[in-house]
Structure formats: C-alpha cells, structure tokens
Design a protein around this ligand. Structure first.
Ligand SMILES: C[S@@+](CC[C@H](N)C(=O)[O-])C[C@H]1O[C@@H](n2cnc3c(N)ncnc32)[C@H](O)[C@@H]1O
Length: 278
C-alpha cells in the first residue's frame, strides 16, 4: 500500500478544527506533519484514497467508531506509575489528614479522587495504592474515578497489565504487595482494581463531566498542555463544578493555571503547587 499523498492545507485545517472543537487539542499551523504521521496509516487501513476522504468520513459523522479512533490516534498517552511522586506524597501526608478531619466534622466517611485524563491507568492505580496505604482510611468508602477521551486507553486500564517501563518507579514493596508478575507482565491486584471506576469523559463536554460530582481531589496532569487557553478555561471550569468546596486540583509540574482561573487558589505544600477551590 502506498502512503497517501501529502495533506492539503485545506484538509489540514478541516481536521485540525474538528479535533480542536471536539477535544480542545490544538494542532498549530506548523504541525501538519503531526496529523500526517498520526493518520497516514489509518487512511491506508480504511482503503481510502487520501486525507480528504478521511476528513469527509470524520466530518460527516457517518462512522462514529472512526471518530473514536481519531481521538485514539491524535492523543498522547505517555504515563507511568508514581509519575511526579511528590504529588502522591502531598496527598498521603497532607491532604488525606485534612479530608479525614472534614469528614469527621460533617459525619461522613468517604473519599473520592478523580484522575481526569487517566490514560492507560497508571495514575488512578497509583492513587488507589496511595489510599490503601493509609490505615486511617480503613473504614472509609474509597472511590477513584478514571476517565479519558480515548476508548482504547481505557480498555488497557481495565485490563491492568503493565510492562517494565510503566512500573519502573514503583517501590519494590508495593510491587510485591499489589502486582502479580508473570514473565515481566505485571498485573494489578483486584484489591486495587476494585477501588477504580472507569468512564469515557471528554473534559470539554458539559454533559459527560456532570456525571462526576463532590470529589475531594482531581488529578488533571499532562493534558492541559495540549489545549489552548480557551479550552483550558472551559475544562478547568467544568472540573471546578465537580469538586467539593475546598477540594483540590493537581496539574502536571510543567503546567500552570496562571491566567486560567481565579476560582481555584494556588497553595504550596512542600514545594508542590496544588489548586484549591475557594
Ligand atoms: C499524556 S496523558 C497523561 C496521563 C496522566 N494524567 C499522567 O500525567 O501520566 C494525556 C491523556 O489525556 C487524554 N485527553 C486528551 N484530550 C482529552 C480530553 N479532551 N478529555 C479527556 N481526556 C483527554 C489523552 O487521551 C491521554 O490519555
């Protein structure tokens, strides 16, 4: 099969605008090669003549499965267990005690954390392990929501089997306690899996994000970097609505909500910035 002829500027704009409008992911003018690289093989697999036919299939909406596939292809899913580990230390040492105190004051016994761009599951499972490692949470209802726009990464998360790259930062003791190793395939234990609920949620979709409410902490790390300012503002305002009063939001260490919102206040805990709903 021959590679499709280069994408015309017009088709690039059509696809780029569609992706932006539906997902917030912004492909700048000088990155036509990015869409060609990500979509070239798919155009061949579908037996289409070129990118213009592919753009037609997407924009006409006749093939819903292909729209899901498009998001699988254009998203970047890089992740691993205990990525930016200082965030989990802050949750464990500082936020959990605060949340327990608030629970006691309001006669509750639950904690809810949302991994809002969970990719293949390493982040929500790291959160679940962090919760399981706090004995004070023993009698608590512990819930971790794991959501993503891409169906295929959610399928991997549900499967819960990882290779050596994903697990390289996991402390040895946790690896033994929460995984079964078969020929260097590490399967997450049911104890951890049971805490996690998977959902397909587009962070820019009002209706989809509405299914999550009253969460204590949101992890939205390493995804807002792909959005422009307008999309960031929308996603952050929808996550604001999902948080409990005084709830917390983590973004990636290279990201910031400066100029994006005033409704979430940056606080610094052990050199880590976390945003709190005020
Ligand atoms: C680089 S991964 C980050 C994974 C994890 N949060 C971490 O920091 O390791 C980015 C994820 O964001 C997801 N994503 C991109 N746009 C999205 C959107 N509009 N709504 C929900 N998820 C989105 C992608 O599918 C991808 O799995």
């Amino acid at each position: 099969m021959n590679a499709p002829t280069p994408m015309t500027q017009e088709v690039f704009k059509q696809l780029r605008d569609y992706i932006y409008e539906k997902s917030g992911i912004f492909v700048p003018d000088n990155k036509k090669y990015f869409l060609e690289n990500r979509l070239g093989r798919r155009v061949q697999e579908k037996g289409l003549k070129g990118y213009d036919d592919y753009a037609y299939v997407i924009k006409s909406g006749i093939d819903k499965a292909e729209i899901a596939k498009l998001f699988d292809l254009v998203t970047t899913n890089e992740t691993f267990f205990f990525r930016e580990p200082q965030h989990f230390e802050v949750v464990s040492n500082d936020l959990i005690p605060k949340i327990i105190a608030e629970n006691t004051a309001s006669n509750r016994k639950d904690i809810k954390i949302w991994s809002a761009a969970s990719s293949t599951g390493e982040e929500p499972y790291t959160i679940a392990i962090t919760l399981l490692e706090r004995p004070e949470l023993a009698g608590f209802k512990k819930e971790v929501y794991a959501s993503d726009i891409s169906e295929s990464v959610l399928a991997s998360a549900r499967n819960g089997v990882y290779g050596s790259y994903a697990i390289r930062n996991i402390p040895e003791a946790y690896l033994k306690k929460y995984f079964t190793n078969t020929n260097n395939n590490y399967a997450i234990s049911t104890t951890v899996k049971m805490l996690v609920k998977y959902m397909k949620i587009n962070l820019l979709d009002d209706k989809e994000t509405r299914s999550i409410r009253g969460v204590d902490i949101i992890f939205c790390r390493n995804v807002l970097i792909y959005f422009d300012e307008k999309a960031k503002q929308k996603a952050v305002s929808l996550m604001y609505d999902a948080l409990r009063p005084k709830g917390y939001l983590f973004v990636g260490t290279s990201e910031s909500l400066h100029n994006i919102t005033r409704a979430l206040k940056p606080i610094v805990i052990n050199k880590v910035i976390v945003y709190q709903k005020i």
